[in-house]
Ligand binder design. Structure first.
Ligand code: C2O
Ligand code: CU
Ligand code: CU
Length: 434
């Protein structure tokens, strides 16, 4: 904390070497280290200040995904940080507790920069979170950054890997190896009866369908933008690129259980599903419970009472159609074109149509609620507060989108597909808040 009462964070983007495959090194990028970045933890009400120093050979940006903040602080494609330069955004945290993340956002280069390793978690706390939720970081509150990768035969991260069947996948880059928190084939020893996992799908393109190998159920307690009103029992949670979920699982002494991604299935059959990697399964982490576990408190029945996002009767409606792998409403991204202008504090209805392949739709700055998908109420895992939503093939989702108070007619925020190759190819648009 500095003299002005700001919590300061020093982040250095740097090149390094990492060993993912035994005995094989590869060039990687990271934040304050060779690969990935530290978990940043802030609380509602904090004044934060970041010093982001770019020691990479290229210009990049760092975007605070899910953070509600002024457009100039957002770290989108307009807030570039040249090689050797430092960018120093600051803002006041004002949003409910949630698991957010940060990653580069240089237009046209985002997929590469994220793939090389510039990614970290950004956790927002607030004092309304029930004390009985597991919350001891690294002990019973575990962040899991899950990413798929491809390696060349000599163990280097492969940025040009062809997709399944030798064709480019309908998602973009799909890897056949999984890194969890930067580790291949990881295990985790746990000494608590009840564990919270903060799941981030930090992949370029792939969707995961999280569950446990023995099919045990768990409680979903939070989605992208905050905790649910109450826990929901389930045994699968699907996350497309950029989405997060918080789950709580119970363990018995001495047991081993594997957190797995089951085939996410797009329902497209062959070769559609193959090209989307939708029939792939992966073991993600082996969880080894110790022989003695600390006893858990019962899971609270009420987790949060953040008011539901509800559009008024005369809410402005906007329509977005995602087409191919590069367009929204018929256009590719243009850094000089403002596509939408939204009044500060508005709650609008955004209808997103996806006539084609799977996409993952993200809006900066906002929190939204999925009102319906193909006219039906969303499944339980999609009912919470969100900033990114999976759009299956041929789906239409209606979102109630709540915009923040920070106005700036000259600096846009982004909305885009979070499958990073689609985003880089232009499936992105810009809006301002005025
Ligand atoms: Cu996580 Cu515009 O991105
Ligand atoms: Cu974002
Ligand atoms: Cu897409």
């Amino acid at each position: 904390v500095d003299g002005d009462g700001r919590k300061r964070f020093d982040l250095t983007l740097q090149q390094g070497r990492s060993e993912f495959l035994p005995g094989r090194q590869t060039d990687t990028w990271g934040v304050n280290g060779a690969y990935l970045g530290p978990t940043i933890r802030v609380s509602r009400g904090d004044k934060v200040a970041m010093d982001v120093r770019n020691e990479l050979p290229d210009t990049t940006t760092v975007h605070w995904h899910g953070m509600r903040l002024p457009a100039k602080m957002d770290g989108g494609p307009h807030q570039t940080i040249g090689a050797g330069k430092t960018w120093s955004p600051y803002w006041t945290v004002d949003q409910p507790a949630a698991s957010l993340w940060y990653h580069p956002h240089l237009h046209g280069e985002t997929a590469k920069h994220v793939y090389r390793g510039v990614t970290g978690m950004l956790i927002v706390d607030d004092d309304t979170v029930p004390k009985d939720l597991p919350s001891e970081y690294g002990v019973d509150d575990i962040p899991l950054v899950v990413q798929d990768k491809k390696f060349t035969e000599d163990g280097r991260l492969d940025l040009d890997a062809p997709g399944p069947l030798g064709l480019q996948s309908t998602y973009g880059l799909l890897g056949d190896q999984i890194l969890v928190n930067g580790t291949r084939d990881p295990y985790l020893e746990v000494g608590a009866e009840r564990v919270r996992f903060r799941l981030l799908n930090g992949s370029n393109a792939r969707s995961f369908n999280f569950g446990f190998a023995d099919d045990r159920s768990f409680s979903l307690i939070g989605t992208d933008s905050g905790l649910l009103p109450k826990p929901v029992r389930m045994n699968r949670v699907r996350l497309s690129a950029g989405e997060r979920a918080e789950i709580v699982a119970d363990l018995t002494p001495g047991e081993e259980v594997v957190l797995r991604s089951f085939a996410p299935k797009e329902g497209g059959g062959f070769p559609q599903d193959r090209l989307a990697g939708a029939d792939d399964e992966f073991d993600l982490v082996e969880i080894r419970a110790k022989d003695r576990l600390t006893e858990a408190k019962p899971l609270p029945e009420r987790l949060a009472d953040t008011p539901e996002i509800t559009p008024g009767k005369d809410a402005v409606e906007r329509d977005f159609e995602l087409s191919g792998t590069s367009k929204i409403n018929g256009d590719t991204m243009d850094m000089r074109r403002i596509d939408e202008v939204v009044p500060a504090g508005a709650t609008e209805i955004w209808t997103v149509r996806n006539p084609g392949n799977p996409h993952s739709f993200h809006i900066h700055e906002v929190a939204f609620r999925v009102l319906d998908i193909n006219g039906e109420p969303p499944p339980p895992a999609m009912r919470g507060r969100k900033d990114t939503v999976y759009l299956p093939p041929s789906a239409t989702a209606r979102l109630a989108v709540q915009f923040g108070p920070h106005t700036d007619p000259d600096t846009p925020y982004m909305f885009h597909c979070h499958m990073l190759e689609h985003e880089d190819q232009g499936m992105m648009g810009q809006f301002t808040i005025v």
